[in-house]
Design a protein around this ligand. Structure first.
Ligand SMILES: Cc1cc2nc3c(=O)[nH]c(=O)nc-3n(C[C@H](O)[C@H](O)[C@H](O)COP(=O)(O)O)c2cc1C
Ligand SMILES: [Fe+2]
Ligand SMILES: [Fe+2]
Length: 398
């Protein structure tokens, strides 16, 4: 029984990483992550699609040799150059001296820069729409720039309806035995997909939309991403999640992000939440920005329609963990939110102004703002009620 076979001629040779704490040095990985790589065998040629992170190369080679034995690999197709997929390139090149790297001009420039491989005879440059003939298996190049880097592309195995999609349609979470979605309970991967999309791909929504347009005409039987499960029976659901997230579409609910040193600003966050709940909002997520994991805050911010952010003034600045969150929102060009802000100060206000400046830069108008001096008083609680009322009135998804 060949347990790595996905469909005729396509084999999984990826590896799990349950050791790394933070993906890209930033994003927590409580459930690990997989680096997916694939072998495609035609009648005459064999191609490897992408490699893995350098620390995972040992197990990667074990998976490759279990699949190919003594036979050769003719091509390495590099869909994405981020080091979580390109780390294995130098060792693959030295193990297979006749192998050619297949990539577009940006890919090839990056390989030369990252890995100092300057022998042009090792490269085969491809353009959008080019087809790599493996003998009865044709790999068509679909350029999808900025999903997630400029060189990013997908490759489509025409005869089998298999798309090797790079980071698109990927998610956090290592694979726990099952590789194709038909072999597993996929329930817990959906949250990991939201988190992966919002953390990693979130900035590039309009490029994801372009890529979706480009792939919409293709028959898709299997989506083989670089991270997480291979999608077969959930293709429609996965494409829908990526489509909605890349259009910044939300679900009903409100995320409240706050910072607080001594609890006064925290009290506003709690009161807002209570007032929202009293007005029928059921999905409310509150994160203390100084303690919560930025990765989960970003994920909830993308997911829910309402976003309320507040923090105290700290040495003439917005409290740094809250500012850090706002930078993450600005970076990801977050849109289509019902936004409200609250700030506090004691002698010279800065928090509320800075929050306003971020919203300006993001071309978003808050539906309500609130500012508190010292601690909550009756007028603060009245303002909280008004803020909650304005937010609830503006929510379209109820
Ligand atoms: C280290 C520190 C720096 C602060 N810097 C300022 C400031 O520059 N301007 C100001 O008006 N208040 C400043 N404050 C006061 C807080 O912004 C204000 O007391 C706020 O209400 C505290 O809210 P909290 O209880 O949620 O921490 C500072 C407080 C601390 C502890
Ligand atoms: Fe990437
Ligand atoms: Fe990746």
């Amino acid at each position: 029984m060949n347990i790595s076979k996905i469909t005729e001629g396509v084999y999984y040779v990826g590896v799990n990483d349950r050791t790394t704490d933070r993906f890209e040095g930033l994003w927590s990985l409580p459930n690990g992550v997989s680096y997916n790589s694939y072998i495609v065998r035609g009648n005459t040629k064999t191609a490897l699609i992408d490699t893995v992170e350098v620390g995972a190369v040992h197990n990667y080679f074990r998976a490759i040799f279990a699949e190919i034995g003594e036979s050769e690999i003719d091509y390495l197709v590099v869909n994405h150059m981020e080091p979580d997929h390109s780390g294995g390139i130098p060792m693959i090149l030295s193990h297979f001296p006749n192998l050619k790297i297949v990539g577009n001009k940006h890919t090839i420039a990056m390989i030369k820069g990252f890995y100092h491989i300057n022998d042009d005879s090792r490269f085969m440059e491809v353009k959008d729409g080019d087809v790599l003939d493996l003998g009865g298996k044709s790999l068509k190049v679909v350029l999808t720039p900025m999903v997630h880097w400029p060189e990013t592309m997908m490759t489509y195995l025409e005869e089998s309806g298999v798309i090797f999609s790079g980071d698109a349609f990927g998610c956090f979470g290592a694979l726990n035995g099952g590789v194709v979605d038909t072999e597993m309970n996929t329930d817990w991967y959906w949250d990991e997909m939201y988190r992966y999309y919002s953390n990693i791909v979130g900035k590039y929504g309009r490029f994801v939309q372009k890529a979706l347009e480009k792939t919409s005409g293709l028959t898709l039987k299997y989506i083989c991403p670089t991270h997480g499960p291979i999608w077969h029976e959930n293709i429609a659901k996965v494409v829908d999640i990526y489509d909605r997230l890349s259009k910044y579409e939300s679900e009903p609910g409100v995320t409240i992000i706050f910072g607080s040193m001594y609890g006064n600003t925290g009290e506003i966050a709690e009161s807002i939440a209570r007032q929202l709940a009293a007005r029928g909002v059921k999905n409310i997520k509150i994160h203390n920005a100084a303690k919560a994991d930025l990765s989960y805050m970003i994920s909830d911010a993308f997911r829910y329609e309402g976003l309320i952010v507040g923090g105290p003034t700290y040495s003439m600045h917005l409290f740094p963990p809250v500012e850090n969150f706002m930078i993450a929102m600005e970076t990801r060009e977050i849109k289509n939110k019902v936004f409200a802000t609250f700030g506090s100060f004691t002698w010279a206000s800065a928090a509320a102004k800075t929050l306003g400046e971020y919203l300006n830069k993001m071309k978003m108008e808050p539906v309500a703002t609130l500012e508190m001096k010292h601690s909550a008083s009756e007028s603060t609680y009245t303002a909280v009620e008004q803020l909650a009322e304005s937010v609830v009135n503006a929510l379209k998804l109820k």
